[in-house]
Design a binder for this molecule. Sequence first.
Ligand SMILES: Nc1ncnc2c1ncn2[C@@H]1O[C@H](COP(=O)(O)OP(=O)(O)OP(=O)(O)O)[C@@H](O)[C@H]1O
Ligand SMILES: [Mg+2]
Length: 445
Amino acid sequence: METAKQDTILIVDDNPTNIKILFSFLKEFGFKVLVAKDGESALSKLEEVLPDIILLDVQMPGIDGFETCRRLKDSERTKDIPVIFMTALSDTQDKVKGLNLGAVDYVTKPFQHQEVLARLNIHLRMRNLTKQLQKKNVLLQQLTSELEERVSSRTAELRESLEKLQQAQIQLVQSEKMSSLGELVAGVAHEINNPVSFIAGNVSLASEYTEEILEHLRLYQQVFPEPGAQIEQHASEIELDYLVEDLPKMVASMEVGVDRIRQISVSLRSFSRMDNTSKTQVNIHEGLDSTLMILQHRIKANDHRPDIEVVKEYGDLPLVNCYPSPLNQVFMNLLANAIDALDEDNLNKGLSYEEIKQNPNRLIIKTSAIEGAGVEIKITDNGPGIPAEMQSRIFEPFVTTKPVGKGTGLGLSICHDIIKKKHGGSLLCNSKIGEGTEFVIRIPQ
Ligand SMILES: Nc1ncnc2c1ncn2[C@@H]1O[C@H](COP(=O)(O)OP(=O)(O)OP(=O)(O)O)[C@@H](O)[C@H]1O
Ligand SMILES: [Mg+2]
């Protein structure tokens, strides 16, 4: 029969005859054999050496086999060593008790050598297999944790690259949006400027000349009250009295009109200040007004609804040290979103022109100074509101409810970046379904 030659067996028995028999035949089969005469000496021997298997007698002076086994199983150092009880053939109770205490098997006295050997070999083999399994488990755990580490570090790398990519994309869109809009606006403002100055200069002269010509006409009428039939006929044909009355009014309204165009041109230039790189002292109200001016065409009445009411509740603001152009872009995005939401709401509810007039679409722009902490700008609409699950995501890039081609979902994430990162401020959203939405910008001083 095959034996595990290098294996060490500890025999624990008080009976010298038993020890002798076991010792000699196990030796013969190539085992390394250690002997202890009672439980205590076995336990103290185990502090020095660790056998591969223990043959343990039940009846011994001092602590018996069961107690010895209990102590072995209690100790971290010895609990895995297989224990085989040696018991009398008839002691069923002892066999059961031993197995319950954690023994792997029992052999009966008088010993059948081949049986003892076979049982020893089975348990030694099982013990070796268990050891190998444990080693492999440890290795497997190491590999698993290494793999997990690699996966998580790779995931982190990928997440970082994705974030960088998104950031780059946002910045690209942001600067493209801003520069194309800014360039367009600046170009238009520039083009308008020359003819407007020209008209403005001439209109005031024209007003002066008109007054003088009319004065001259009046003088004629006084000196020559009877100008003759031809002149009287012409005067009646051209409705001279009406012309004389209306012409100064016309010229005055032209002056008002041209002055308005000049204001628009100033607003456009103020909106398109492309100074992205340095902070300047900015009048926030100018920025808001010029943005409203640019959005005028969307605020004004159309076929589906009357004008959107714009309520300005401007507080007393100090000049704010900020980047004017990006800040205008924030106002632009927030106001455009509010107008989009109002229009969409009217459409969804199928409201008629009259119904909207009864309960007008409204934008409220409120500014206030925060004591020692900069300024606050609130942009509120009485639109449909934003659902709670959407509210938590609106500042993320590419989140939009608008159809492809209408919205990129970048507006608010750009606003968030500009206010938080560029200005160290905060941008919050409060919204209630059916009541409206409020965006609160805070910019530190
Ligand atoms: N005032 C508002 N009222 C209701 N919903 C709003 C309001 N402002 C933003 N939203 C919602 O938040 C979403 C994200 O807005 P964001 O400005 O980031 O993107 P967008 O307007 O869809 O597209 P983009 O601004 O890039 O053209 C919008 O699609 C809309 O659903
Ligand atoms: Mg938007």
